[in-house]
Design a protein around this ligand. Sequence first.
Ligand code: SAH
Length: 498
Amino acid sequence: MTGKVTLVGAGPGDPGLLTIKGREALAQAEVVVYDALVGEQVLAMMPESAEKIDVGKRASHHTVPQEGINEILLQKALEGKNVVRLKGGDPFVFGRGGEELEKLAEHGVPFEVVPGVTSAIAAAAYAGIPVTHRDCCSSLHIITGHARAGKPLSIDFEALRRTGGTLVFLMGVTAMPMIVDGLLKAGMPPETPAAMVESGTTPRQRKCLATLGTLPEKAAEMGIHSPAIIIVGRVCALSEQFDWFDSLPLKGREIVVTRPRERAGTLCSKLRALGADVLEYPCIETVPILPCPAIDAAIGRLGDYEWLCFTSPAGVKFFHERLDALGLDARALGGVKLAVIGTGTAKELTMHGLRYDLMPQDVYDAEHLGAALAGAARSKVLIARAEVASPELTKALDGAGIAYDDVAIYRTVYASPRSDELRARLYTGGKLCVTFTSASTVRGFVSSLGEGAPMGNVTGLCIGRQSAECAESYGIKTLISQKATIDELVRLAVNKLN
Ligand code: SAH
């Protein structure tokens, strides 16, 4: 049976600007054919199982010609695949989407189109430029500034000038001086406000505000390069007043996030929402210890315990996986009280329909949990946590003479993606700002780069004293959040990195 091709606009870069329908189509894709302009984080949403075909490697000269792309789409669909053709911005705004559909239509291959947010409008908006504004203009024109090699631009500049509308040029970085020249020669005043926005809607966005007369010089000074849009019109003068994106507190600040991939979501999105350039570096991963006779036995005698204690969301998750594997559910915990180290762990409990009975008051670490539990417990405690864990918790229980079983149900493995890139940066004197949400993320980070790497170039944003002490032991400079929560860590970044 013939498959289907969905032409999806990926938006201009900010992954939040991919439409819901686009995201759903992407999640269903068996094959994704994508371009150079699709944002990195949108690409990260491609299903792991999908075949991924990059037809737009820009740096090399291996871009697949249009005819080749049309052919790939056709072939994959004829093989019965559910194909998503992912294109930067909107697929029909200078995206050659139509050409791709022609071929499919000729062969009777079904297709759908999911429009996208075009850079022509969004990059301007992120630069504080509304492409239309009541008092400034009554039309908007999107023009290609692409010039065939050695040929003059075929743009009717006089007609454009007469419209009095906002002009947005795509693919015009190289031809920009010619475009400006054309408009000036057509009689547009040199003092007309103009701007360029490079890598719009991404943390690397840069804008060049000028007038038509000064744009070539200013853009050259800043070294503005592709992809960038050129905007000409009075609306550009509103940019400073409406400049919201550049004023975000972490705009352009690079922050490395070391959490395991499945837990990084909230931290990354909170940092990104504040403008940070987040580099996801999931150097640790938690895996259940299987088989785990110790936890199975403990679950078998849950009635013996007064307390069940969790020190991380992973502990809660893997404990419930064991319960499930043993044919049990949350009801098995009916007779036991629940202690958690902090709000993240508490939240994971609520996902399993459970509330905690005890959480340390202000400081979310093993020592404070131990102290609280030592005060509350009358009889035996079951602790389900990581293989390598803080001795502070059991020390407190020992001190109070409380019996416990400390069972390792998961371990941390250190993965090291992109480590070459980061190591090279540290060795060449580059500075890195890195978040550490546990001592194990510190160990994961250090072991992924090798202990010999110049850790003095790293500033650690640490969620608590324990991660900070661990970081300091490797020579990492540290900043410590007031409380061990993601929100406080984000607040720390905002307060201390500016
Ligand atoms: N279909 C796309 C445009 C493709 S043409 C869209 O709707 O956005 C490629 C041109 O788009 C680039 O040369 C540049 O002018 C513009 N462009 C794409 N992404 C951009 C971005 N993030 N910031 C600025 N310009 C961008």
